[in-house]
Design a protein around this ligand. Structure first.
Ligand code: PLP
Length: 395
């Protein structure tokens, strides 16, 4: 827990850069030392020639893109991956210089102008998109050459040209003015599964496509394939670069990959008790009375709710940590507040800090715990916290 006296920097808080985080009702704590540790752990898995792209899309999975980007670049990452053009611009505006790959499919004139202006590197997914890029770049500057990243669909059925058309696609991009192929890549659909069958099939398709391209005398300058799960699963998928998101934030893509590296969760979510009261047996709590006190209890109200990103479907199902003890949440989660049964915490005070996600003494509540309860994945939990919660650096 951070003390009030500690000088702590705000990681990301659009409403106000200098807001005193400790006066907040709720916040997200970001452990940049853990982030750095995770990047170094992943680097140890990679050979010297393999670069590490830190995927910082969606505001770095909710962790605050600019400070995350700066930290990972100091810790061994050499590329950044974003999903959208504005996400890339945000990093450039913050003075971040290393290459930034836009993983999504940009195609409008405005997006292409912005990519060229901010020196972002686009993904090319189809011959049509390649033609559009070449045409628009011609109108910007007849001498312009943009590094582009050719995406092959080897089985994800999302972005990219089908691997069987890889040769025609690459030949077209090679011929078009203003485009220079900086890499060829693909994306895995099932790398987090203990059954490698589909991953191996995708790997084989990628290998086949690359072999055909090389047979034409084209030497791809950089190949990349693996997300976090692929990186942790099989070194043969590392190629010249890996694109890791989840793992740099300290979470494992699957239980069976836990033994591979030692990762530390970067994010914690905390809030304060705002009121404490006694509730008699039989009293209903919160909207819809989905909780009725079975006996006299002591109830605490905490200033965080679903508008901050606490999933309402966790109502009556989640626990929080106070002084290292697990405490049940009771009744419907509301927009801005939740209630707890704090009968087992002696003399609880208003203002006390509650850990919703993270470590308190020797207990931990993880994004996986929430994801398992909700039938979703930790990626979605991390991305769900709203910007009403300031991101503050923990140390
Ligand atoms: C999001 C994304 C990644 C990172 O995935 P993780 O599972 O979080 O490591 C890698 N590549 C592409 C194309 C992505 O969209």
């Amino acid at each position: 827990m951070l003390s009030h006296e500690q000088q702590t920097s705000i990681v990301s808080y659009p409403q106000c850069d200098t807001y005193a985080w400790y006066s907040q009702r709720a916040w997200v704590e970001i452990d940049l030392a853990a982030l750095s540790h995770n990047v170094k752990q992943l680097r140890q898995l990679l050979s010297q020639k393999t670069q590490l792209m830190a995927v910082v899309k969606a505001d770095a999975y909710g962790h605050g893109a600019v400070s995350v980007a700066k930290t990972v670049l100091e810790s061994g990452a050499s590329w950044l991956g974003v999903a959208t053009v504005p996400e890339g611009i945000q990093l450039r505006e913050a003075g971040i210089k290393p290459p930034i790959l836009v993983l999504g499919a940009a195609q409008t004139t405005e997006q292409i102008h912005a990519i060229a202006h901010w020196e972002l590197e686009p993904t090319l997914c189809s011959p049509k998109q390649a033609l559009v890029f070449s045409d628009i770049l011609e109108t910007i500057d007849v001498d312009a050459t943009l590094p582009v990243h050719v995406k092959l669909d080897t089985g994800m059925s999302r972005l990219g040209t089908n691997w069987q058309q890889a040769v025609e696609f690459i030949q077209l991009v090679e011929r078009l003015p203003h485009l220079r192929i900086a890499s060829i890549y693909s994306h895995l659909a099932t790398a987090d599964s203990p059954d490698p069958t589909i991953m191996n099939l995708q790997h084989q398709r990628f290998e086949d496509a690359i072999a055909q391209i090389k047979a034409l005398g084209i030497e791809p300058p950089c190949l990349h394939f693996a997300n976090s799960a692929g990186t942790l699963t099989n070194k043969a998928l590392h190629y010249d670069m890996v694109r890791t998101g989840l793992a740099i934030y300290g979470h494992y893509p699957a239980e069976h990959l836990r033994h591979t590296v030692n990762l530390k969760p970067v994010m914690q979510v905390k809030a304060r008790v705002t009121q404490v009261k006694n509730i008699a047996a039989g009293t209903g709590v919160s909207y819809g009375y989905r909780y009725i006190a079975p006996h006299d209890i002591r109830l605490a109200v905490v200033g965080i709710g679903y508008a901050d990103g606490i999933p309402r479907n966790l109502s009556n199902k989640m626990q929080v940590l106070i002084r290292g003890q697990l405490v049940p949440q009771i009744g419907s989660i509301t927009m801005d507040q939740i209630m707890l049964d704090v009968s087992n915490i002696s003399d609880i005070q208003e203002g006390e800090v509650v850990t919703l996600l993270g470590q308190d003494r020797d207990r931990q509540i993880t994004a996986d715990d929430w994801a398992n309860e909700l039938g979703t994945i930790s990626w979605e939990i991390l991305c769900s916290f709203k910007h009403r919660l300031p991101r503050v650096a923990a140390d």
